[in-house]
Ligand binder design. Structure first.
Ligand code: ADE
Length: 404
């Protein structure tokens, strides 16, 4: 019952996806098509899977991370909404891959992935990818992997880079990750942020969101970066910019959002402040190098749900949700209205693939008209009105003769 309530609650706050679902029910864009999905399986994701099913698809879904499935939602999606589900929270690596295998074995026409594991698995066997007309990738890390596959000649079907759609990354990565990371950290720790030193690893869209929300809660925020331009942006946004080896000594919280491994290593931890809390918001659990930390300092001790303590000499360091993405493993994922946008882009891009299967094997950007359609439905849903250019203004911005 709770799973169904969670899904229905999410659907109530997803007006853009609701609008798209109504169109799918009438037009059945996925009639006779099979869709395999690997996404963080929680309430908003269930709304997307059901929307695709309502559009006529046969849908199979698994999780895309061993710790991010909401079991109540997974059960309800199967029992109440009739989607084939292969997902459970707390899977071993082997079980996680068995679930992905089940999802891909239907020889899908379309795949929807978050992080690239389903895509990489599909590519291992021609039988599983031979029918794929195209697929979508949700996240920054997955897109980096896709581009590496493309460069290496390993990609065998077209994929769309959903992450870089404007209506995805401008809101999901910044406002979504910003808020949900705080949700995860505060749920796991119940600690105060005001007055604390928070170090944010990475100043991409996600890092920007986290740094700004943490500042809003009264933290003193330091940013670490490798990119000269992003580091200047962080500096001008009013954050301290320092290398991690300097920042770790005064950090109360370190939050990683880089997409790169080994941001917090055992070596660095030796210089950390006693009681530092380590949280990762990147896709994989290697930004806080938990395996190496355990090799050096032994298995952590569970001191609270989703919190493990490690003893480093006389000091303690606390790792949240085993270094897995804290916003889903300890929190509820991005806010509903944010996922409404991301999953509306997903739904319309899947429809685009069904109706216009792309010819070339490469990573495609999401067509501009899809971004615009999602933005237009959003503005209408929330009653936000825009100004319109007059004819004279249109003529003016399309001319060059008029100056000072
Ligand atoms: N909920 C479902 N997918 C998500 C994602 N990629 N990030 C945060 N919350 C989510």
């Amino acid at each position: 019952m709770d799973g169904k309530n969670k899904i229905q609650w999410a659907m109530n706050w997803m007006p853009v996806l609701d609008n798209i679902r109504k169109g799918f029910i009438s037009n059945k864009p996925f009639k006779d098509l099979k869709i395999s999905m690997a996404l963080h399986l929680e309430a908003k994701t269930a709304a997307l899977a059901y929307t695709l099913k309502q559009g006529g698809a046969k849908v199979r879904i698994s999780g895309c991370n061993p710790l991010s499935t909401d079991d109540e939602v997974a059960a309800s999606l199967k029992d109440d909404f009739g989607v084939s589900v292969f997902a459970k929270r707390g899977l071993t690596r082997e079980e996680y891959y068995e679930h992905l295998e089940k999802t891909i074995e239907i020889e899908p026409d379309i795949i929807i992935d978050d992080g690239g594991d389903l895509t990489a698995l599909a590519l291992k066997d021609k039988r599983t990818y031979k029918n794929i007309k195209g697929g979508n990738e949700e996240t920054t890390t997955g897109v980096v992997r896709l581009k590496n596959m493309e460069k290496a000649g390993a990609l065998k079907f077209p994929m769309f880079d959903v992450n870089d759609a404007l209506m995805k990354h401008l809101f999901d990565n910044r406002y979504g990750t910003g808020q949900s990371t705080i949700d995860g950290i505060l749920t796991a720790t119940n600690l105060v942020v005001a007055g604390k030193n928070v170090v944010v690893g990475g100043y991409g869209w996600c890092g920007r969101g986290i740094a700004n929300k943490m500042r809003g809660l009264g933290a003193n925020v330091t940013v670490t970066e490798i990119d000269p331009f992003k580091s200047i942006e962080a500096h001008m946004d009013g954050f301290i910019v320092k290398p991690m080896e300097e920042a770790i000594g005064y950090a109360d919280f370190v939050i990683t959002a880089t997409g790169v491994k080994d941001i917090v290593t055992p070596e660095l931890l030796k210089d950390a402040k006693d009681g530092v809390v380590l949280a990762n918001s990147g896709h994989f659990n290697n930004e806080v190098a938990v395996e190496d930390i355990e090799k050096e300092f032994g298995k952590g001790k569970v001191v609270r749900r989703n919190v493990k303590a490690y003893t480093i000499g006389k000091k303690k360091a606390y790792v949240l949700s085993d270094g897995r993405l804290v916003n889903l493993a300890s929190g509820q994922g991005h806010p509903v209205e944010i996922m409404d946008l991301s999953f509306s882009i997903q739904a319309l891009t899947a429809k685009y693939i069904a109706e216009n299967p792309p010819k070339q094997v490469k990573v495609y950007p999401v067509p501009n008209e899809i971004d615009l359609e999602v933005a237009t439905i959003y503005l209408k849903s929330y009653g936000i009105k825009l100004d319109k250019l007059t004819r004279e203004q249109q003529r003016y911005i399309n001319s060059w003769q008029e100056g000072t």
